[in-house]
Design a protein around this ligand. Sequence first.
Ligand code: NZQ
Ligand code: ZN
Length: 385
Amino acid sequence: MLNFSFQNPTKIHFGEDQIHLIESEIPADAKVLMVYGGGSIKSNGVYDQVKAALSKHTWFEFSGIEPNPRYDTLMKSQALIKAHNIDYILAVGGGSVVDGAKFIAAAALYEGEDAWNILAKQEPVQQALPIGAVLTLPATGSESNGNSVVTRDGNKLPFSSALVRPQFAVLDPKVTLSLSDRQISNGVIDAFIHVMEQYLTYSVNGKVQDRFAEGLLQTLIEEGPKALATDTKEDLVVRANIMWSATMALNGLIGAGVPQDWSTHMIGHELTGSFGIDHARTLSIVLPAVMKVKRKEKHEKLVQFAERVWHINEGSDDHKVDQAIVLTETFFQEMGVPTRLSDVDLNAEDIDGLIEKLEQHGMVALGEHGDISLDVSREILRLAL
Ligand code: NZQ
Ligand code: ZN
């Protein structure tokens, strides 16, 4: 196992009807900015619950944070923050809203020339307003990590800072009942691939991390389809298991002390940046190709994945790996997400532009060995056609 330091200070309130707890989590004298997206929280009752919980606070609101939040949109919050001396940000929504809140919180106290440099130049965040979150879409883990992804002019870039990790997060599985099938699938697949990015590398004998990861993968494989099936769709036990899996997939726990890959995500970000494809749907296209192209380097873990997650115990190691890749793709298809670029109407001519973007963004040595050069990324994208 590799050395690591681990701390996750986000307090989680998990379960039904817990939104009222935000009243005691946010300091009574705080001036709160509630930030949200395009209005789903108004139609599913979450907005009213938050409003009731904030009845004793001074609060304002900022809406319109879009999926794959845009810099220009987020910066519009800054005038409101200054005008009302806002000192607490409450994110109510999915990963885009929570990520957006993180950038808003960092930009509010940014003292340099352009807050975009936090992403473009990876300038470390020096200070940020405190954040709380009410999560409505289990997927990203953003509710209890320090990561955020923001888009500007087709450039989708990540930043990370412990200063923007939410202080608390409310996870009520009931609020996920209003999700569309598309968003349910996206969430399950995103969480699944977060686990894979931290698991499918090379062994350092991190047995605890491996077995946590395998448990999360198996839970998502079991519960994901149930959240789409008519007779189990409304089952809150299913929703709860998916929700907690998604948080655990990217809250730092399973990634501590093990090598990490993240090439699927970095290539996927370019597909979203250039073509607007949903985050999870870029990942379901790229991951199978990464598994095939890096099959040799990932061999040991691929065999372990086949045996422990898919229970493939017959045949040669190569056969096990083949089967595991097929079953992973079949699971993605069962969840209704694309597994090829052609499924989203992209073809070989689109690859050059994606490679150029990867180069522009410095994504020239990806993967756990730093050996996914632009040429290897091209091979991955070709195989994904
Ligand atoms: O905007 P509203 O009206 O709220 O609608 C949203 C949005 O249209 C809707 N939605 C959310 N909760 C709902 C709901 N609709 C009905 N009922 C509910 N309960 O779902 C749509 C998609 O929301 P979004 O927040 O974009 O989805 P997701 O949570 O998948 O977040 C994706 C973003 O997170 C980033 C992605 O790149 C992408 O920008 N990621 C963040 C990460 C992190 N912070 O650690 C890691 C991830 O790998 C990912 O990169
Ligand atoms: Zn993701």
